[in-house]
Write a protein that binds this ligand. Sequence first.
Ligand code: NAP
Ligand code: 8YV
Length: 318
Amino acid sequence: MTVSKPEILAVANVHPLYLKALKEVFQVHERTHEGDPAVFAELAPRIVGIAAGGESTVSRSLLEQLPNLKLVSVFGVGYDGIDAKAAVERGVMVTHTPGVLSDDVADLAMGLVLAVSRQIVQADQHVRRGRWPQGPMPLGRKVSGSRMGIVGLGRIGAAIARRALAFDMSVAYTARTEKPGSGYQFYPTAEQLAAAVDFLVVITPGGQGTRHLINGAVLSALGPKGYLINVARGSVVDELALIEALQAGRIAGAGLDVFAAEPHVPEALWGMPNVVLTPHMASATDQTRRDMADLAFANMQAGVAGRPLLTPVPECQL
Ligand code: NAP
Ligand code: 8YV
């Protein structure tokens, strides 16, 4: 007798390691919701889990089509594209992968700090294009001993702060709530923080609560010697205001891992020598992607079996 596997829907091109683990235990329907509505309607009542990525969208309307859905397991810590409120209303749990990627994201944030201020990408081109014999690179900006401002002192923000301290930087931050035990200077707004630092690193969740938190006024406060680093979500920064500030020299430069309309990056940014662009890869190391896949898979198994979840999102914690 063949035992049928529980059926799940992958709403995105989920990471191959996560997909491989899922396929051993579940029947995985890959992006079937984007295809023939009649085929999906026939399948929908059998779907018990959704596998998603950190940038995936799971809307209220999709949730409403899945009467027997138990959980959405996100491969990533950010879940701003998942309608968690609608999920909770329907008794559907949402899980994510906090903690296991904090070191990598903090490492890349520091990498962008160094890359923009020390012109590492430009310097590489200087050598490769044979320009060194014609003269030296323009001078860079010293990082050690400078002032770091962190927008969002959560798991990753705290990991960035620890790295900044190793560079003898002062650390200040803003968040929704002050962290009196942290020992770092708190500023109630991003604008006040920006005015007090050399590097403004953004690492909040995305979504409506943080949309355009970094606007033209914040960038003006950061000033012509200040650098913006965004490893959070593209929505947190007003991208047009950022481009204007860079074009006008109102900030010194930017290091960006995330963008408003990924994978599309405004062409205005491509040619700017004081900007370093990476393709949303802050957690993209072999080790961390394995840990994320293990955790996302373990959550899916637990949720489908009705066992306690390992890492539910705050909205789903009792
Ligand atoms: P976390 O522990 O929940 O920390 C989030 C921090 O943001 C908290 O300190 C929170 O303040 C603060 N915050 C939330 N809303 C805010 C607002 N309106 N104004 C100011 N601060 C606000 O999350 P995490 O694990 O550090 O991850 C943070 C985010 O990083 C994720 O949600 C994701 O979007 C992004 N991320 C990006 C990548 C990448 O590949 N680039 C990888 C991983 C994560 P309170 O402490 O006061 O609540
Ligand atoms: C991943 C992320 O690139 O964890 C997050 O919130 O943005 C990144 O770690 C993403 O989740 C992969 O889908």
